[in-house]
Structure formats: structure tokens, C-alpha cells
Design a protein around this ligand. Structure first.
Ligand code: T4K
Length: 371
């Protein structure tokens, strides 16, 4: 939905300096090398590998294709355990590989897959777990890995919301067998559209790079039925410029989160997420959870009330993925199997948060919410 210029939207993209971008465009014009592993692509891969502290990262054209490719690269078959409380792309990637998604309920406190409920969903056909660090809150990676090790399962983290996050000084992307990122316009770091797949070793990265280029290993050798998911030079150049300003953007987002948290802390019926000790958060989203009987009005009523004031919040993630027609016939999609996810989807509202959001705008949002 395109926004009206006077409205406050749930997010707004981080844009590179236009003059700097023009300089890089001129260079690209000179080179006439505009895609297929060009110099800006190589430079961005290297810069992200350093910034994110991950040795093996492959750029992609969006955040959905790395999920699809991770399942391919790890030869996943049968059933994949996942969360219903995410953006549809997570489950769609399983479907696109002709695999069966098996939904497991989430933790009330974080919205992440509940490790204690994973074992009951494992069958002889289960080969992988695909958790999501939803809103950037880290999953219980230790417990998930213990279960994966016992049952011999692969773990692919959808880390679309977790760009730049660390836990006790280590990149969140080091968990599991692979992690994916989205660099969509609405994300903390964007390349307009874009994404990445992070793996653990050089041989796997090489294979991923074949897979994202139709399976070509050289001019005449195709080693797998790959796809085309290469990032072009223009977006890679955009990404290099945005990377320079991402720390400042995260600091500004933190400021917005602090304003919300301090104003909402004593409002009955509103629950916010809080920072976790040892985690470098990126403040990618600001979800609140409304309990109608204490707050006075429902989540949907608040959504409408804010909209009347031109404040466009979003109900990420409602409806649950498991409620969409393509998935709701699955046994694991039964709402009785997913009581916490069902509750969170009915309560959640994501408030506007982005680097350039003005204090005055936050005050306006809070005024509507607290009157
Ligand atoms: N896994 C997870 C957990 C994800 O959240 C996502 C994507 C993926 C995987 C897949 O990654 P990608 O393949 O998308 O890279 C958005 C995004 O399109 C999507 O990337 C994101 N998650 C999802 C949570 O949100 P919409 O349909 O809500 O976006 P839209 O167009 O309504 O934009 C939201 C607001 O952002 C607008 O009201 C205004 C603002 N906006 C948006 C755009 C595109 C701008 O100001 N400028 C813009 O150019 O899906």
C-alpha cells in the first residue's frame, strides 16, 4: 500500500546519500558490468562478512530465495518443523521445496518457537527445524541445537529481522547450520530488495554460489538445478553506502524504542518487549501486545483509531501463517495446537519505528494511544 505523504508509516527506508550514490552509478556506467558477481557485489560481500563477523556469506536478490536455497543446499526432505508466527515467506520456502511444514507453538514472552514443544512434533520424516528470530529477539538457540543434535536434524534460522545482532559478543548468525537475512526496503539494513545466506564453511558457500547462479560451476558445467538469485551491481553499491550509516540508524531506532517503553510502561493492558542482557538489539520492529480488558479497547480498535490520525501501524504477524488457506488443512495448523501463537496474533500491533522518526511524531502516536 503506497503511503500518503502526511501519514506516519510503520517504517521508512534508510536511503544512501544521493550524491554518493550518483558517484557509484557513474562508475558502474563506466565499467558496463552491471550484474553477475561484479566488483560492488564482491565488495559488499566482503564488507558484510566483516561487519557481521561471519566468514561465509552469499548475497541474494531478496530474503526469500536464501531460505529456499538453504533447504536445497542441505538436501532437506520430508517434514520441516517451523513457527506459524512469522512472515509468510518462511513457510512458503518449505512449500516451494515440496516439503511439509509442521507448525509448533511459540513462547508467549518472545513470540519465538517454543523449544519445549519441538520434540512432540518430530516424526521419522522430520529432517530440519526452521525457527525465526522474530522481531530480532534471539531464539533459544542452545536448546534448539540440543534437540537437533539428539534427532540428527539440520537447523536453518530465518534471521530476516536480526541484522547485526550479537549475543554475548557473538553474531546471532553463527547458530544452526545456516542463517538467512533480508535486505528489503523495510529492514534495518536494505539494498532496496536483497538478502543473504550465511553458512559455516567454504565448500558450502561455493555450492550456494553455484545454486544462486543456475547451478553453473564454470562456463560449461551445471552441477545442480540452481536458480537465478544474484544481486546486481546497483543494489550492491546502494548496500555499501547504507552499511556506512547502519550503526547510526540502529542508535536512532534505540532512542525511539526507549521513548515508547518509558511512556507505555505503566499503561494497563499494553505489553512491550524489553532488551535482553548480553544482546545487541537492532530495534527492527516495535511490537506491543494488547489485552483488551485491561487497556479498554481491542487491538483492532486501536489500529483503527491510530489510522484515523494517519498513523499506519501493522499487525505483524496476523493472521498466523497456519491460518492461510494453503496451510490451514495441515494437522499442525489446528489452532488448538497453537494457542500462544493464536493469542499473540490477536494481540499484536507493530508501532512505527525507523531512524528518521521524529520525537514529535512519537509523541503524537503516544498521545493517541494514551488518551
Ligand atoms: N522472513 C521473514 C521473517 C520476513 O519478515 C521476511 C520479509 C522474509 C523472510 C522475506 O524477505 P524478503 O523476500 O521480503 O526480502 C514487508 C516486506 O515486504 C517484507 O520484506 C517483510 N518481511 C514483511 C514483514 O514486511 P509488507 O507487505 O508489510 O510491506 P509494505 O509494502 O506494506 O511496507 C510497509 C510500510 O513500509 C509501508 O506502509 C510504508 C513503508 N515503506 C515500504 C516500502 C516498500 C516505505 O516507506 N517505502 C518502501 O519502499 O511486507
Amino acid at each position: 500500500m503506497e503511503k500518503n505523504l502526511t501519514s506516519i508509516t510503520v517504517t521508512s527506508p534508510l536511503l544512501p546519500d544521493l550524491k554518493e550514490f550518483e558517484k557509484l552509478l557513474e562508475d558502474i556506467w563506466q565499467r558496463k558490468w552491471i550484474t553477475n558477481n561484479g566488483c560492488y557485489h564482491k565488495e559488499l560481500e566482503k564488507a558484510l562478512s566483516e561487519y557481521l563477523c561471519v566468514p561465509y556469506i552469499s548475497l541474494f536478490t531478496n530474503g526469500t530465495l536464501p531460505l529456499i536455497t538453504a533447504l536445497q543446499a542441505l538436501h532437506i526432505s520430508g517434514e520441516v518443523i517451523t513457527t506459524p508466527y512469522s512472515f509468510v515467506a518462511t513457510t512458503h520456502s518449505i512449500w516451494w521445496n515440496n516439503l511439509k511444514p509442521v507448525f509448533v507453538d511459540v513462547e508467549e514472552e518472545t513470540g519465538n518457537i517454543d523449544p519445549e514443544k519441538i520434540e512432540a512434533a518430530i516424526t521419522p520424516h522430520t529432517t530440519a527445524i526452521m525457527p525465526v528470530h522474530v522481531y530480532g529477539t534471539p531464539c533459544n538457540t542452545k536448546r534448539i541445537q540440543e534437540i537437533a543434535d539428539i534427532y540428527g536434524l539440520k537447523v536453518i534460522y530465518d534471521a530476516a529481522h536480526a541484522f547485526g545482532e550479537t549475543v554475548n559478543g557473538k553474531s546471532i548468525l553463527e547458530n544452526g547450520d545456516m542463517s538467512t537475512l533480508s535486505f528489503h526496503a523495510t529492514k534495518v539494513f536494505n539494498t532496496v530488495e536483497g538478502g543473504a545466506l550465511i553458512c559455516r564453511d567454504e565448500a558450502t558457500k561455493k555450492r550456494i554460489d553455484y545454486l544462486k547462479n543456475f547451478g553453473f560451476a564454470d562456463e560449461v558445467t551445471v552441477v545442480a538445478p540452481g536458480i537465478n538469485s544474484k544481486m546486481d551491481e546497483i543494489r550492491a553499491a546502494w548496500g555499501l553506502l547504507n552499511l556506512k550509516q547502519v550503526d547510526e540508524a540502529i542508535a536512532k531506532r534505540k532512542h525511539v524504542a526507549e521513548l515508547y517503553r518509558s511512556a507505555l510502561k505503566d499503561v494497563p493492558g499494553i505489553r512491550c518487549l524489553h532488551d535482553i542482557a548480553g544482546v545487541r538489539h537492532n530495534y527492527s520492529y516495535f511490537p506491543i501486545f494488547i489485552t483488551e480488558k485491561d487497556y479498554g479497547i481491542s487491538r483492532d480498535a486501536l489500529y483503527e483509531k491510530l489510522k484515523e490520525s494517519n498513523i499506519l501501524t501493522r499487525r505483524y504477524f496476523y493472521p498466523l501463517i497456519s491460518n492461510f488457506p494453503v496451510y490451514r488443512g495441515l494437522e499442525s495448523a489446528n489452532p488448538a495446537n497453537l494457542p500462544i501463537a493464536t493469542k499473540l496474533a490477536a494481540q499484536v500491533l507493530c508501532l512505527p519505528i525507523y531512524a528518521d522518526l521524529l520525537d514529535d511524531d512519537v509523541a503524537k502516536i503516544l498521545q493517541v494511544m494514551c488518551k
